[in-house]
Design a protein around this ligand. Sequence first.
Ligand code: ZN
Length: 138
Amino acid sequence: MNKPEPVPDEVSLHYWEGARQGSLLLQRCPACRFYLHPPGVACPRCLSDSLDVVPACGRGTVYAFTVARQAFDPAFADDLPYVLALVELDEQPGLRMVTNIIDSELSEITAGAPVEATFEQRGEWSIPQFRLAQRRVR
Ligand code: ZN
């Protein structure tokens, strides 16, 4: 059974097109510099409806997470146990994404752990996911 694929609309198309090319794209308000996610039609802070699309750095920290040990959709059974997480992006406090933490040691995932974006191919699209950040070599 195949996992569900994104169904982009005119508001989210930039996000999914970016992900397909391996880039995490966010909307940013040019008037007040506020980032928003998920994609929207207006800045939630100043209500400007003129939004730029800019690349995110792809880094963040685990804000909260849980481990799924039961597949409520059989398409995800092979991934068990898998991690559902809220990741706070480095761009802005409170800028959080619902995502999965993949390709990571379960026991090393903690709130506050640094993570980096990675992309999981899903049909003709890609899903932004995160993994524990690689240790930097000095
Ligand atoms: Zn704004």
